[in-house]
Design a protein around this ligand. Structure first.
Ligand code: ADP
Length: 730
């Protein structure tokens, strides 16, 4: 189908697509148009990675907006929101406006009412619905990207319930669900009352196979010699072979540590082939990486990049990730070893893909478990760059002849699994039942069950009565904790229940927090950090070997600070959880005592991105605790506030005021303090030369900080640094 023949899209679109090199729609795109995706019909598109799903979404959204509507694009990961936003901003030249909503869970979405296209995560949309954002009612089209993630135990249920809510709010809503190829696409289409495009088509030929011994064995029966030198690893041999053909390799491994280790090793292989020019360009990228942060991870990454290799995982700073992605797309970096985050939607195709580890640690089974076919096929899908490579190749690695056979059976020839709803898992249902009642989608047991009937779970369950049974259990829990009130058959949220739902807390977290705060009048920051770390909304740090002893001692030392009774050492599971929460709380306490990020990463065995993640979660949970304390008239709110502000800025008590001044931050706050400036008022009155000295002579920074502190005359013209201030601060 030619781009001119697509009905109901804006006039400018065919020309715009042609300018971008798109003349003909890909076959799955054409099928989507034939099935009415530009005419407002709902659609499930189950097609392989990199076969043009984004354009299907754009066709739906743009035609919907052209008819006077408003579109919402739901992304599975926050990191993808800005990527999609940038992609859709190309339409702003035609008068459309694009907004993104990724902030924290409170209602701040009203400004989005003027956007034609809004990008948000499912959690954010759920929160906007809970908080009654009015523009949600104006939606005419919703796109759900990577909808197969409804299968994800943590985040799937939110997506599932959010789609059900949006469809309940507007029964005429066009729903477009984009999915990797899955085993039950038809069922997904049934669930969403949608047309189906179920295709295996790819824009570039994909050969898949397994490396074993000294050869590559392909799915078409072809076999190619690929000698492995001496005691080198097969991955190195494959990377060298790809380089010989001037291609790049993407290696998927199962942990961050393995990604870092593999990059280090593979860098040696790439380095042998680099020209001086390439070395120079790589040196520049490495310098930019070191600019981003001064941590060990940053340094390791820069060292690999200097040699043309890199690692990529969710523990990297965002700027690091995008530098790696860009340099890989520009073919400067020739090999990237990644955890599966990179397969999940970042568009970084490569000539070859190697799935090195097909098993990874799974906490729920307490050991290694094989990846799903769906995941492996998504990684495979990143092989081959249309228009640049003749074909793509995706490989697994076998250690024995038996494993060779197994991998062919298990992955190469296998069909992907069916997507299964995880809504019936208790934490998910707990959260969503409360929210469904609190935001007015149900006011009785009957209407609650009829709402839940619209979920994928209901479409799938063949066990009659199961949904009713788990729903009744969850309602009983919510009533017992006073989040819901039951009167005969009717259900209503209590005032605290409404707050919990709006705060986006798991009701169990709220119950734990309320329980800990009740009856307490005073506490330390540690007590509060531990309390919020105990909730199911915080993913705690793991205990490593030796940790148990260390944190058991700490638990006894600081027992008086904890809110709530410490479990006995003999209650194994509960005590372990208590200690993991303590380890997490200790990290937060260190952070709020100005320990350097790099030291924290080392001390707790995590990446800088993880420190940030825990800090953000703690800040959010403490904010929620503050609200709950206020609502319950508990006198402890000021201590919570102090603990929250300290964790937010990562500073001690004495710096709370200073660190709150925009542009100051933890390090500068400490330097100012040491130069004798103790708070905002102090900044307004201080001798400018002292300020400049503490800020290491940075005139512009000093001016903007003084201005932010409310000083009338922030100008630094002619001011010289006070050398004493500088030395005091060093
Ligand atoms: P998916 O979301 O399915 O993984 P994308 O939407 O990211 O895949 O598309 C992959 C690439 O294909 C993009 O670079 C896109 O510009 C290009 N593309 C999409 N549709 C067409 C088309 N009809 N003709 C040529 N290139 C296309």
């Amino acid at each position: 189908m030619n781009v001119d023949d697509v009905p109901e899209v804006p006039e400018w679109l065919p020309g715009h697509l042609r300018d971008g090199g798109i003349e003909e729609l890909y076959p799955p795109q054409a099928e989507a148009v034939e099935k009415g995706v530009t005419e407002g019909d709902s659609l499930v598109a189950s097609v392989p990675t990199a076969s043009g799903k984004t354009l299907i979404a754009e066709l739906a959204m743009l035609s919907s907006v052209a008819r006077g509507g408003k579109a919402l694009y739901i992304v599975p990961l926050r990191a993808l929101a800005s990527e999609k936003q940038e992609e859709f901003e190309q339409f702003e030249q035609y008068g459309l406006s694009v907004g993104v909503s990724t902030g924290n869970y409170e209602s701040e979405g009203e400004w989005l009412s003027s956007s034609d296209i809004v990008v948000a995560t499912s959690e954010k949309v759920d929160s906007l619905v809970r908080n009654g954002a009015s523009w949600i009612d104006d939606l005419s089209c919703v796109v759900s990207d990577e909808v197969h993630l409804v299968d994800d135990a943590h985040r799937g249920p939110t997506l599932e319930v959010t789609l059900a809510k949006l469809r309940r709010l507007n029964p005429n809503l066009q729903t477009v669900a984009l999915s990797a190829t899955v085993g039950n696409a038809e069922q997904m289409a049934d669930w969403l009352d949608a047309e189906l495009v179920d295709s295996e088509w790819r824009p570039i030929e994909l050969r898949t196979g397994v490396h074993y011994g000294q050869a590559l064995h392909f799915d078409d029966g072809d076999k190619r010699e690929l000698p492995v030198r001496g005691n080198e690893k097969p991955t190195s041999a494959i990377v060298r072979d790809t380089l010989d053909e001037d291609g790049s390799t993407l290696v998927f491994v199962n942990s961050r540590r393995n990604a870092e280790g593999a990059a280090k090793r593979l860098a040696g292989v790439v380095a042998e082939t680099l020209t001086n020019e390439e070395r120079e360009a790589l040196g520049e990228v490495a310098a930019e990486i070191r600019e981003v942060s001064d941590t060990e991870t940053s340094d390791d990454l820069a060292k690999a990049v200097e040699q043309g290799a890199a690692f990529h995982h969710a523990g990297l700073a965002r700027d690091h990730r995008s530098l790696v992605e860009e340099a890989f797309q520009d073919r400067l970096i020739r090999v990237v070893s990644a955890t599966p985050t990179l397969a999940a939607g970042v568009n970084t195709p490569s000539r070859r893909v190697v799935v090195r580890d097909w098993r990874r640690y799974d906490g729920s089974v307490g050991g290694m478990a094989p990846l799903s076919v769906l995941e492996v096929h998504q990684m495979f899908g990143r092989a081959g760059r249309p228009g640049l490579d003749p074909y793509g190749e995706a490989l697994l690695l076998a250690n024995s002849h038996d494993e060779l056979d197994e991998l062919f059976e298990r992955y190469v020839w296998a069909d992907p699994e069916a997507v299964q709803s995880k809504l019936a898992a208790e934490p998910a249902l707990r959260t969503h039942v409360l929210a469904t009642v609190a935001s007015g989608f149900a006011d009785s047991r009957e209407s609650l069950l009829s709402f839940l009937e619209q979920t994928l779970y209901a479409t799938q369950t063949d066990e009659p009565g199961r949904l009713e049974r788990v729903t009744d259990d969850v309602v009983a829990y919510l009533v017992a904790n006073e989040f819901l009130e039951k009167d005969g058959d009717s259900l209503a949220a209590t005032s605290i229940g409404h707050t919990v739902s709006r705060l986006y807390l798991d009701p169990m977290s709220a119950a734990e927090i309320i329980d800990g705060l009740r009856g307490t009048t005073d506490t330390t920051a540690m007590g509060l950090y531990h309390l919020v770390s105990r909730t199911p909304d915080m993913y705690d740090l793991y205990l490593r070997s030796g940790d148990r002893e260390q944190y058991t001692m700490l638990a006894y030392e600081r027992e008086s600070e904890f809110l709530g009774a410490m479990p006995s050492e003999f209650e194994d599971g509960r005590f372990e959880d208590w200690l993991s929460a303590l380890k997490t709380a200790r990290m937060l306490e260190d952070w709020a005592s100005e320990v350097e990020e790099e030291r924290l990463a080392e001390r707790y065995g995590v990446g800088p991105g993880d420190v940030r993640g825990k800090v953000d979660t703690a800040e959010w949970l403490l904010g929620a605790a503050e609200r709950l304390a206020g609502e319950l008239d508990l006198t402890i709110a000021p201590s919570i506030r102090e603990a929250r502000v300290r964790v937010k800025h990562g500073v001690g008590e004495d710096l709370i005021d200073l660190a709150g001044v925009r542009g100051v931050g933890r390090k500068r706050a400490r330097r100012l303090y040491e130069a004798g400036i103790e708070d905002r008022a102090g900044l307004r009155e201080a001798d400018k030369s002292v300020v400049l000295g503490a800020l290491r002579g940075r005139t512009q920074t000093a001016e903007s900080i003084l201005q932010n502190a409310g000083r009338d005359d922030p100008a630094m013209d002619g001011v010289r640094e006070d050398p004493d201030a500088k030395s005091a601060a060093l």
